[in-house]
Structures are given as C-alpha cells and as structure tokens.
Design a protein around this ligand. Structure first.
Ligand SMILES: NC(=O)CCC(=O)C(=O)O
Length: 268
C-alpha cells in the first residue's frame, strides 16, 4: 500500500474539498459517494479525507431530526472496503445515547473501522455548545504502520491538545473542517504552525460554498514537517491529490531535535 523504495515511504492522499447541502444528509451522502469513487478510481488515492459535518452541514437547530443514528458508520465502512482505501471520513453529526456529537470515523482498506473521534473543543462562534456534546478522548490509528490522529476544525487552535497527540509519536494529523471567512489567514497559519512545531504532516480539509450565513473558502492543504505547503486548494469544489513521503518526519526530527530538547518540567 504505502510504497517503500530506497528509504522513502510514499503515500497518495486525496482531499475531498466539497460543497454540501444545508441540512440535507441524503444528497450529501450521494456527493461523498461520487467524490470518493473519483478519488479512488481516477486519482488512485490510497487515503481519502473528507471535511467536517458533511452530512448535515451547520444546520445545528435541526440536528435532533437529521443527525445520523448509526447508518453512516456502516455505509462508510462499505465505501472504504469497496474501493480498498483508508478513509478518514471527515466528521458527521451523530445522535448517541448521551447526546449529539461531531464525530470522525476512520476505516482501513478492508472496510474495518479503526478509530473514531468526537470533537473536543466546541466552537461557540457557531453555537456548537448549544447543540453538541464535547468529546473527551484522543484517537489514534495506524496507516500501514505510520501512527496518525485526527482532530476537528476548532481543535486546531489548541496547540497543547495537538502536542499531546504528537508526544504519542504521530507522523500525520488530519484536520477535517468547516472554517469560514474571514479567517483564511488563521486557517493557513495555524495549520502550518502545528506542522512545524510538531514536525509532522498536517492534512487539512475544508469545505467550500455557503451555509447558515457563512462563506467557506476551501483552501484545503497538506503541509510537510518542515512547513512547506505541498498542495493548497482554491475556493471551488475539487479533489486535491498529493503524494507524501513519510520518511521526511524522521529526517526533520533528526535535523532539529525539538522533542529531545523539550523542558516539560518548566512548562506548568
Ligand atoms: N467549525 C469550526 O470549528 C470553525 C472553527 C473556526 O472557524 C475558527 O476560526 O476557529
């Protein structure tokens, strides 16, 4: 799957920078199915990544009625298995016994679910705290032996949360998002900062289009452990495909040994 050649681990990723219908899970599901198929069959992606809350968009007032109750969890596994891909399935609004969550599922190429993560930091500017419950736990998963994790959108503003993931040894951080205007500079800088300070890949997927009074600018991006932007979208619906070399993580960590030089005893 991940090709290893002369000390290089290459992984081919597709970012699904989609628009979505406000509060209409069924057409959004169809769109996800179509774009994932394109990513797998035309772009030859090994790992496909979706944006945040793609089933309902930010129609939070109607979540009691439209949030998923478990059906998508199975469908996404089938989708990953059918195309033989790792699927970092963005996040969906899910109704569980303890409340409604903004939740990511991750699948491996045989369709088995390998992780799930509930958004920990709820974004008050978009009234998430009124309608959603916060998650309490980190999630880790392996992509062909490379440890990865996912946060969701606003979680990106909490460097201590991301550092706690990096300290577990992750090489890739996924960031599904619905990050609207006018905060494009925050989006770009924070994604780059998290990549540079933690010397890891950041794969950030934002939606495009309009919804609930917000304009979403896209600019999905993949940043390498040195802070280079390897690919960045515009503001149109698109699939962004790029290859990353995971051996870069070790190379950068050897060059500037940030993790060895930490002084955690002074940080409290
Ligand atoms: N969906 C979100 O969490 C949005 C976060 C955001 O826009 C920000 O500026 O932070």
């Amino acid at each position: 799957m991940v090709s290893f050649w002369k000390g290089v681990f290459v992984m081919r990723l597709s970012l699904i920078q989609m628009d979505m219908a406000f509060g209409q899970p069924e057409p959004n599901k169809q769109q996800v199915g179509k774009m994932v198929q394109q990513a797998a069959q035309i772009e030859s992606a090994e790992v496909v990544v979706l944006p945040e809350l793609w089933n309902t968009a930010y129609d939070l007032e109607r979540l009691e009625e439209i949030a998923d109750t478990g059906e998508l969890r199975q469908w996404l596994g089938q989708l990953a298995g059918e195309h033989g891909i790792y699927l970092v399935a963005g996040s969906v609004a899910v109704k569980e016994e303890s409340g409604i969550y903004n939740k990511t599922y991750v699948y491996r190429p045989d369709g088995k679910e390998i992780a799930s993560y509930r958004k920990v930091h709820l974004f008050r500017l978009m009234e998430e705290e009124k309608y959603l419950q916060p998650g309490q736990e980190k999630a880790f998963f392996s992509i062909d032996g490379h440890l990865a994790s996912s946060i969701i959108c606003y979680d990106l503003r909490f460097p201590e949360w991301v550092r706690s993931l990096a300290l577990q040894g992750i090489s890739i951080l996924f960031v599904p998002a619905q990050w609207p205007s006018p905060r494009l500079n925050h989006w770009r800088l924070l994604n780059q900062a998290r990549a540079i300070e933690n010397q890891m890949y950041v794969v950030a997927v934002n939606r495009v289009g309009e919804g609930g009074g917000n304009q979403f600018f896209g600019h999905s991006m993949v940043i390498d452990p040195w802070g280079n932007v390897l690919i960045e979208g515009g503001d149109e619906e698109s699939i962004l495909t790029v290859e990353i070399d995971l051996s870069e993580v070790e190379r950068v960590r050897r060059k500037i040994p940030v993790f060895e030089d930490r002084r955690p005893e002074l940080y409290l």
